[in-house]
Design a protein around this ligand. Sequence first.
Ligand code: KL2
Length: 551
Amino acid sequence: MLPRHLHRLGRDWVARAEHPKSLRMNRHFFRSPWWTGHHPRTPYTPGNAWHPPVEWRPHHFFVPSRAQYQNPSCVPWNPRPSAWLHTSHLNMASKADEPLPKRVKSTEESRHGRKVSSKRSYSPTKDFRVPPIPDPSAPVTDSEEDADGKGNIRRGWEDFSQYYTARARDENDSRRCTESFDFTVLSYNILSQDLLEDNAHLYSHCRRPLLFWSYRLPNILNEIEEMDADILCLQEVQEDHYRTQIKPSLEALGYHCEYKTRTGSKPDGCAICFKSSKFILALTKPVEYYRRNIALLDRDNIGLVLLLQPRTEIEAPTICVANTHLLYNPKRGDIKLTQLAILLAEISGAARLKDMSYCPIVLCGDFNSVPGSPLHRFIRDGMLNYAGLSVGRVSGQEKYPTGKRILSIPIWPKSLGISQNCVYETKEITEESGGTIEEAAEDGIDKSVDSSLQHRFSLSSVYSHYIPGSGVPEVTTCHSRSAITVDYIFYSSAKDDIFADPGSDVSCNGLKLLGRLSLLTEKDLWSVNGLPNKNNSSDHLSLLAKFRLEI
Ligand code: KL2
């Protein structure tokens, strides 16, 4: 029996024949010359972007006036899909809509031979980018895996469950754990309207009406509803939109929502929402990275950590879910690593069990760092030797970083109270005296200050970061300036998980990855005019994974 969201999304979301074992090479792909985290930009000059004529306006979305743009409470949002089909009376001209030039065929269209019909009326429920259920007997062809000519692009569901069935059969089903709890996690940077307007140059390839919040919101909520994930980790959630529109809409879908806004003046933040029918909230821990007395930590990024108790008949361990959006600035890897260390220390405090092991962890977010970068490797490997590493190379966002400054040793001052092992030192000493934590030295002096960072979680990445078999990089964000992976779902992997590190010391409390929604390449995304586009209303793709917790 398929989960509800897979049923609804059609058979093509269920595994195409790809032997999961071949994906094991994921841990080693960084050696591939293909992967640098950078690849040539699709040439795209802003002057080529065409603008639709005034009469081009989908019937079923609402273009706000400037006042409504500023005051989202003026923009009604009804999460019931049926309501979307009856909103044409809200279709009104906006003062912000100056006359638009005559539509000319864009270079994107000529290149790909596709166009978005100007006649077509828009219905969020019908035109959601997931295509209709295909004939199951029809073979999947290359063109089917690309765009469908209507601006929809197909993302396959990669199902790894057969891997576990085969393995259990091979091992005579000698698993110790008998009960299991399956759940899905979505990580999605939804592009705050405020940041969109601040960085308008990144969206010069987009037709303007597609950038209005009143156009984007229904698409984003519709996508979230279609995904039907049990846990949502959202980034760039603008506070006013969260309060008046997003939270009420998600609550109507059965989610309990927790939110942490950024410190400082930018009004966005991270949300973690979970299905109340599946989990009970055991702990919520908002995490601020800003420290008044530490010059390095003068940025307003934040994180959020929850402990969720699965609603199961047999008592299951809690699951620690963390969500963050790390600093963007490509030149400040020192700040990014320190923000990450704070988050890891908070996770450590929340997820630690009595026996000093950890409950299963899911760590989601926009880390503003590319696969294979030192920051990404640190999360994945639990270890980073940063001696001589230049600050501008930590995140790998820039191919040719200009600054020569190297990371200081240690990166952050002792006054932060976090050890090189990414745990709170004072907490370790006061709360866990007698524990086996190395950095809790009797004299309170951290003797382990060398140039290496460590953490104790055994984390794997849900995604492989390249298209299996081709070596072409996957991307999670794509706009005029950049098409790279910066979003991740990491999870503590069970011993027999498909991506578990064979050498790692993990108990059956880890998670098994059962499946994931495949990502796309930059080329795929430019074939539908990049992001955001008509159907995908953020400059990021959503990431979706299914896990099994064995109890
Ligand atoms: O890359 V992002 O977009 O993960 O989607 O995270 C940041 C950037 C987000 C929050 O700070 O705002 C975007 N150039 C490009 N993008 C920027 C810049 C910039 N100078 N500043 C912020 N962002």
